[in-house]
Design a protein around this ligand. Structure first.
Ligand code: GLU
Length: 162
C-alpha cells in the first residue's frame, strides 16, 4: 500500500507533504515524490526511488517554494521501482501532475490510443496515461474557460479509466 498527500495553504507545501508522507511510511513503499506549484505557474517535480529521506534531503538542499502540492509514496505494480517510474507522473509540458494508488486495468488500451494521437511515454507505469489523457481532453476542447475546460478534461479522463 502506498500513500497520497495533498496540500493547499499558507505553509510551504513541501514541509507538509514530506511530513504527511512520513506518517504513511509504515504502509510500505519503494519510492517517493512531490509536485509543487512554485508560484511562477510552473510545476516542480522531484521523485526518487528509495527512502523518503532521499527526497527530503534533496528538498533541503534545493528547496521548492510554493503553497500548493501533491506527494506520493509508491508501491510498484506496473514497472520496476525507479526514479522515472516514481510518482507524480506528468504530461509533456509538465502542466498536469498526477499521483495514484492502485491499478488502471485498461491502461494498455488507453496508452495505445494516446500513442496514436502522438503522445509519448517515458515510464513503464499504468499511471502515466492519466496526465496524458487529461492533456488530450484539455487540448482538444476549444472552449475559452480554462477552469471549466480542465474540470471537464479530468471528468472525461476519469470516466475512461477502469
Ligand atoms: N500502479 C501504480 C504504479 O505502479 C501505482 C502503484 C501504487 O499504488 O503505489 O506506479
Amino acid at each position: 500500500m502506498c500513500g497520497i498527500v495533498g496540500y493547499l495553504g499558507n505553509r510551504q507545501a513541501t514541509d507538509v507533504l514530506v511530513d504527511g508522507l512520513s506518517k504513511l511510511e509504515y504502509r510500505g513503499y519503494d519510492s517517493a515524490g512531490v509536485a509543487v506549484n512554485n508560484g511562477k505557474n510552473e510545476l516542480e517535480i522531484r521523485k526518487f526511488q528509495g527512502r523518503l529521506a532521499v527526497l527530503a534531503e534533496d528538498l533541503e538542499k534545493n528547496p521548492i517554494k510554493g503553497h500548493l502540492g501533491i506527494g506520493h509514496t509508491r508501491w510498484a505494480t506496473h514497472g520496476v521501482p525507479s526514479d522515472v517510474n516514481s510518482h507524480p507522473h506528468f504530461n509533456k509540458e509538465k502542466t498536469i501532475a498526477v499521483v495514484h494508488n492502485g491499478i488502471i486495468e485498461n491502461y494498455l488500451e488507453l496508452k495505445a490510443e494516446l500513442q496514436a494521437e502522438g503522445y509519448e511515454f517515458i515510464s513503464q507505469t499504468d499511471t502515466e496515461v492519466v496526465p496524458n489523457l487529461i492533456d488530450y481532453y484539455f487540448t482538444s476542447d476549444k472552449s475559452q474557460n480554462t477552469i471549466e475546460k480542465f474540470l471537464r478534461a479530468v471528468k472525461n479522463a476519469v470516466s475512461d479509466l477502469k
